[in-house]
Design a protein around this ligand. Structure first.
Ligand SMILES: [Zn+2]
Length: 114
């Protein structure tokens, strides 16, 4: 099953009970969940809290957004700073690696303008 990121767009931490557990998402942060769970979590109703002036407190706003996880990097131990992730070619420098990737793996390249 594919996981997605569940973002909390609020400036306050979000804490909510979900399936018997407390899910805590830091302010402007995210947690990762199975897509199915994430959709349920997002649509789950939370009771708003109101301050003394009758205005809903910012803390109780549920500002949840789902996003796909990009660049799911495989768990490959890296022995060198300049090893090609595609074919294992070992370059002597970062620029050498970039040159190799541009020449050999143009399609897989994600532009890295560093
Ligand atoms: Zn390569």
């Amino acid at each position: 099953m594919a996981k997605v990121r569940v973002y909390n767009d609020n400036v306050f931490d979000h804490e909510e009970k979900f399936r018997g557990d407390i899910v805590k998402i830091p302010a402007k942060g995210f947690v990762e969940m199975e897509r199915e769970d994430a959709v349920l979590f997002k649509s789950q109703f939370t009771s708003p809290k109101f301050g003394g002036d009758g205005v809903q407190e910012m803390e109780s706003y549920k500002m949840i957004r789902l996003a796909p996880i990009e660049n799911q990097a495989p768990d490959v131990p890296v022995n060198s700073d300049h090893i090609c992730m595609v074919c294992g070619f070992e370059a002597k420098s970062k620029s050498g690696l970039l040159a190799h990737a541009r020449a050999q793996h143009k399609e897989q390249m994600i532009d890295d303008e560093e």
